[in-house]
Write a protein that binds this ligand. Structure first.
Ligand SMILES: Cc1ncc(COP(=O)(O)O)c(C=O)c1O
Length: 441
């Protein structure tokens, strides 16, 4: 008998990630289909996707080119090992990524997720210095409120307390820069906030404390997403780049959400015109359709490993699914969709309308801040005293009942719609959210 996918009768076995499992399973919210800007729910409603899934379906849902590429590849070459073997699709995708990457980024190392991209970049940073004869450079520096996935390296350099506090002592030799959220100075900022570039100077303090010769890398999200959207103040990223360069420290941009058009440029590195040594990516690389990530590096990083006898493996790192053929085919079709439909340019063109619409919520009930950049928006709510997160989660549930999908972290509503969004979708999304907020306790 065919499985009736619309009516699962036992929700017990699937231990859901980052979910209040017991609450969810009492009153589940199920998507059973998707097309372009909308999800279809199990009760037959069309829900407008205000979050591109989890910041990943940048081209919208069930896009034909991507679907067809996956189907074709699955029938032609389903899997091939990437250790000591190759297949053309992975090489082609790497070249296509480099075509849109910032000038100076020349190599691609494949992973399967943002978390794995982060682990890979951190390992590369330490191994790079060792290959260059500076084995004492092992220290890693992240940032308060940073999100770099859920593996041990990522939560160690990350700065979201609930993601860290339950998991022991984590990696040692890690420090954190201060976050750049300055609500008193930067409230209601449109685009880059004015104040806070000086926060990058804390890196000099860490250098003075530990000695530059012990520090391998600094990793930051150019725009922090998962913590509830924190934007880089004007001049901040430039300063970080200057200080890291001065001290021979690598700079890693975690572009898992900012990559592939979210800011209206291919990557945040281009949007801000700051070139890191490595960029971690995933999500929009395959439109979220097939798991895949990639670390992008300069030639300097890559070439440091290309030494010694040619018959020996240069880097003892990789995944069974690195460069998986079906994921690679999905990646190529995704990049072609972005290009053919001019989606990065569309995102840039509609960003001012998005900004105005979002900031119209400034006068809505409970709203204490609105901030935005590219096709990212955050609406911060005043928390209910003694019950943090409750108000925003109630807004999420009410929004879902009203057929819009938003996302919440703490008491912040974060939105990141597919780049194919049109003005009327923005009107629906923000108009419905305004109604939801007006009725919220
Ligand atoms: C900046 C950043 N890094 C890493 C990750 C982890 O990616 P994944 O969930 O694919 O492991 C995320 C996910 O949201 C992210 O936003």
């Amino acid at each position: 008998m065919p499985l009736d996918r619309k009516a699962p009768n036992d929700l017990n076995a699937f231990w859901m990630p980052f979910t209040a499992n017991r609450q969810f399973k009492k009153n589940p919210r199920m998507f059973v289909g998707a097309k372009d800007m909308h999800y279809t729910t199990s009760d037959g409603r069309q829900v407008l996707d205000g979050t591109a899934g989890l910041w990943c379906c940048n081209a919208g849902h069930c896009r034909p080119k991507i679907t067809e590429a996956i189907q074709k590849q699955a029938a032609e070459l389903d899997y091939a090992p990437a250790f000591q073997m190759g297949h053309p699709v992975a090489f082609e995708l790497a070249n296509r990524i480099i075509e849109i990457a910032p000038k100076g980024i020349e190599h691609v190392f494949y992973t399967n997720s943002g978390s794995e991209s982060v682990e890979t970049a951190l390992k590369l940073a330490i191994a790079y210095h060792r290959a260059k004869g500076q084995a004492s450079r092992t220290r890693l520096i992240g940032r308060e409120r940073g999100y770099h996935g859920v593996n041990f390296g990522g939560i160690s350099v990350g700065g979201i307390v609930n993601n860290r506090r339950h998991f022991g002592t984590l990696l040692n030799g890690v420090d954190h820069l201060p976050h750049t959220h300055l609500p008193e100075q930067n409230r209601w900022s449109k685009g880059q906030p004015e104040h806070g570039a000086y926060l990058a100077d804390d890196l000099e303090k860490l250098v003075a404390l530990h000695g530059a010769e012990t520090i391998a890398a600094v990793i930051v999200e150019p725009v922090a997403g998962s913590t509830g959207v924190i934007l880089p103040p004007k001049g901040y990223l430039e300063k970080l780049r200057a200080i890291t360069k001065k001290h021979g420290i690598l700079l890693i941009f975690d572009e898992v959400i900012t990559g592939f058009g979210r800011l209206g440029a291919p990557f945040a590195a281009q949007y801000f015109d700051v070139l890191p040594d490595m960029m971690t990516t995933a999500k929009g690389l395959t439109n979220g359709v097939i798991p895949m990530g990639a670390v992008l590096t300069t030639a300097d990083i890559h070439d440091a490993f290309m030494q010694g006898p040619e018959n020996l493996i240069e880097l003892f790192h990789g995944y069974t699914y690195s460069g998986n053929p079906i994921a690679s085919a999905a990646g190529i079709a995704t990049l072609e969709t972005y290009k053919e439909e001019g989606l990065f340019e569309r995102a840039a063109a509609i960003a001012p309308y998005w900004e105005e619409a979002l900031h119209s919520l400034r006068s809505s009930r409970h709203v204490i801040d609105v901030r935005n950049m590219g096709l990212i928006g955050a609406v911060e709510l005043d928390p209910i005293a003694g019950e943090p997160t409750k108000r925003a989660f109630s807004a999420f549930l009410a929004a879902y009942d009203r057929n819009i999908l938003i996302r919440t972290t703490g008491d912040i509503i974060a939105m990141s719609p597919p780049l194919m969004i049109e003005k009327h979708h923005i009107d629906t999304l923000i108009g419905t959210l305004a109604d939801v907020l007006a009725k919220l306790d």
